[in-house]
Design a protein around this ligand. Structure first.
Ligand code: AHR
Length: 326
């Protein structure tokens, strides 16, 4: 762990003493002085293929960057993440990073980190705190745009449709930024075609098991459904099992659009069971470690760093699959 110096004092002290790098002793919120950055990372859980790839990226990048990583899995519970963050504060880590399971309810614990002079980096998901000084930066996707891309694809695809386009939406965890934003982006885009209607929308918690369970019930309640929009691949893959069990053909009787583009999703896309996937990149580790070094050094970083992403048709999935890393 390095002794962290509050940003403003640090800049002056390092220049005055000619001490580039770490080791200053005048900060208040710090622990040992072994010259190594320690990061406390509070992960959401292991709910999806995306999350597994994200965890791997963070762990491998920390190792490569020489950053000591303290890692916790909150099992999709906010209280567990708050506990983990408090424990990182007590351990006086140099930087805290986390992907907030839901958007609200973070101000108190973020204030505690700020009082301890430990910088916080948000990764993947946002918080709704009005006070943006509670975190240094937020790196991740534009989830509204992802929802919009899914909706725009459906509008385009529905141009040839003669009858109504009845959509079942499987939402991510209630209150999570990607669930809120992917829903609103999609809703905005499909306004362009009055034929398209969301006939049912329910929380599938971003997991395959819940996606299957919810889809089974919704298929019975809405036999008129002919499109599924799932906020991630895993829920879409669970829903495919339910669709097949109901004697329908995924990708044909029920067209499917999902978000993520993990290997399993891309495989289903290339097999024709999914029709379109909007990419959401989990490979945030290298950029996160880079940012961590900068904020620990007291450097100012961009407040919002966006991830670059694309979309995949069935043909594009076939071409991309052999090189897909996750
Ligand atoms: O926050 C990113 C989302 O969380 C991914 O789309 C989903 O698969 C994950 O669980």
């Amino acid at each position: 762990m390095i002794r962290r110096v509050s940003a403003a004092i640090a800049a002056g002290l390092l220049v005055a003493a000619g001490l580039a790098g770490c080791g200053g002793d005048s900060g208040s919120g710090s622990g040992n002085d072994d010259g190594k950055i320690t990061m406390g990372f509070a992960q959401v859980g292991a709910e999806s293929g995306w999350r597994t790839a994200n965890t791997k990226s963070i762990q491998e990048s920390a190792k490569a960057a020489g950053i000591e990583l303290k890692f916790s899995d909150a099992q999709q519970k906010q209280e567990n993440q708050i506990k983990a963050i408090r424990s990182y504060i007590a351990q006086k880590v140099d930087v805290i990073a986390f992907s907030p399971v839901i958007e609200s309810g973070w101000d108190q614990v973020l204030k505690e980190a700020k009082d301890a002079e430990i910088p916080v980096i948000l990764t993947d998901r946002a918080v709704d705190s009005k006070d943006t000084s509670l975190y240094e930066t937020f790196i991740g996707s534009d989830f509204v745009l992802e929802g919009k891309k899914a909706g725009e694809w459906l509008v385009e695809d529905s141009k040839a449709a003669k009858g109504p386009v009845n959509v079942i939406q499987l939402e991510g965890t209630t209150g999570a930024a990607p669930a809120n934003d992917r829903k609103s982006g999609f809703a905005d885009a499909i306004k362009a075609d009055p034929k398209i209607k969301v006939v049912a929308s329910q929380d599938g918690d971003f997991t395959r098991a819940k996606g299957k369970e919810v889809m089974e019930a919704l298929l019975k309640a809405h036999p008129e459904a002919n499109v599924l929009y799932a906020h991630n691949d895993d829920m879409g893959l669970g829903a495919i099992e339910a669709i097949e069990a109901a004697g329908k053909k995924p990708g044909v009787d029920i067209k499917i659009v999902t978000v993520d583009a993990v290997k399993d999703g891309m495989t289903a896309l290339s097999e024709g069971k999914i029709n379109f996937i909007v990419e959401c990149s989990p490979l945030l580790g290298p950029q996160l470690m880079d940012l961590a070094k900068q904020v620990v050094d007291g450097k100012k970083v961009e407040k919002r760093i966006l991830t670059e992403e694309t979309t995949f048709t069935q043909e594009q999935a076939k071409a991309a699959l052999p090189d897909r890393k996750y």
